[in-house]
Design a protein around this ligand. Structure first.
Ligand SMILES: Nc1ncnc2c1ncn2[C@@H]1O[C@H](COP(=O)(O)OP(=O)(O)OP(=O)(O)O)[C@@H](O)[C@H]1O
Ligand SMILES: [Mg+2]
Length: 234
C-alpha cells in the first residue's frame, strides 16, 4: 500500500533521514520505535510532506506521491495525528472535528463522517459543545485521532499517541487503534512505549540515527542488537 525507497529528508539543508526503505501492506499496523532524535517523527512528517525530501520515492496505492502537497495527500487517503495531542484548546470538540474536515467540500459527507465519529466515540458526542481544554489527556488524544478519522483515511499516521497518558488512558488508546485497524485502516504508529507498540503492530521498524537499524515481527525485541541501539552497547 505504501512503499518508500531510499528516502533522504530533513529540514531545509539539514538531512535527518539517510536512506530509508519502508513498506506498509494493506490493513497492516506498522510500528516505528527507536531512541529520541532518531528521526521517527521526521519519517511521518516526510510521508505527509511536512519535510524537505532531497531524494527517494514514495508510492501510495501505485501512485507516486513524493511531490504531493499535504492537502492532496489527505485527499489520497492519508491522515496524520502529530505528536503532543494538538487539539485547538479554545474551540469546542465539535469545532475541532470540523477543522479536520477543512479540505473536504461535500457537506453531506462531512456530516456523515461526523456522525460516524460520534457513534465510535460517544464521549465526544457527549462533550461536543465543551471546549477541548476541558477534556482529560486521554479524551484529547481521542479527539485528535477522531479529527483525523473525519477525513476517512486509508492510512493513518500516529505520532506517539500514548505520550503523557495514564496507564488506563494508554490502554484505551491502544484499544481504539486496534479497532480502527480492524475496520480496515492501515496504521503507522510511532511509540516510545516499545513493548506495547510491538505487541500491537504486525511489523516493527527500529530507527537509529536516520536509518533503519532493524525490521521484524513481534519477536523483534529479543534481537541482540536492541541493547546497542538503545543504550549504545552498554
Ligand atoms: N523543525 C525542525 N528543524 C530542524 N531540525 C529538526 C526539526 N524537527 C526535528 N529536528 C531534528 O531532527 C532530528 C530527528 O528529530 P525527530 O523529531 O524526527 O526525532 P524522533 O525520533 O521523533 O525523536 P523523539 O523520540 O524525541 O520524538 C533531531 O536531531 C531533531 O533535532
Ligand atoms: Mg518524535
Amino acid at each position: 500500500m505504501l512503499n518508500i525507497t531510499n528516502l533522504k529528508s530533513g529540514y531545509n539543508k539539514l538531512e535527518i533521514l539517510k536512506g530509508i526503505n519502508f513498506q506498509v501492506q494493506p490493513n497492516e499496523i506498522v510500528a516505528i520505535i527507536g531512541p529520541n532524535g532518531a528521526g521517527k517523527s521526521t519519517l511521518l512528517k516526510s510521508i505527509f510532506n511536512l519535510c524537505t525530501i532531497s531524494s527517494g520515492k514514495l508510492i501510495f496505492k501505485d501512485k507516486n506521491i513524493t511531490k504531493l502537497k499535504t492537502h492532496e495527500l489527505i485527499s489520497e487517503g492519508i491522515s496524520y495525528v502529530p505528536q503532543g495531542r494538538q487539539v485547538f484548546n479554545n474551540l469546542s470538540v465539535k469545532e475541532n472535528l470540523e477543522m479536520g474536515a477543512y479540505t473536504m467540500r461535500d457537506k453531506a459527507v462531512i456530516q456523515r463522517n461526523l456522525t460516524d465519529v460520534f457513534t465510535k466515540f460517544p464521549i465526544l458526542k457527549e462533550k461536543q459543545d465543551d471546549y477541548a481544554f476541558t477534556l482529560s489527556g486521554g479524551q484529547q488524544q481521542i479527539l485528535a485521532i477522531a479529527r483525523a478519522l473525519i477525513q476517512n483515511p486509508q492510512l493513518l499516521l500516529l505520532d506517539e499517541p500514548s505520550l503523557g497518558l495514564s496507564p488506563k488512558a494508554m490502554k484505551e488508546i491502544f484499544k481504539i487503534i486496534k479497532k480502527i485497524n480492524q475496520e480496515g485502516v492501515s496504521i503507522i504508529i510511532v511509540e516510545q512505549n516499545a513493548k506495547q507498540a510491538v505487541e500491537l503492530a504486525h511489523t516493527t521498524y527500529i530507527l537509529e540515527d536516520g536509518k533503519i537499524a532493524l525490521k521484524g515481527d513481534k519477536d523483534i525485541l529479543k534481537n541482540k542488537k536492541i541493547n546497542d541501539i538503545y543504550f549504545g552497547g552498554r
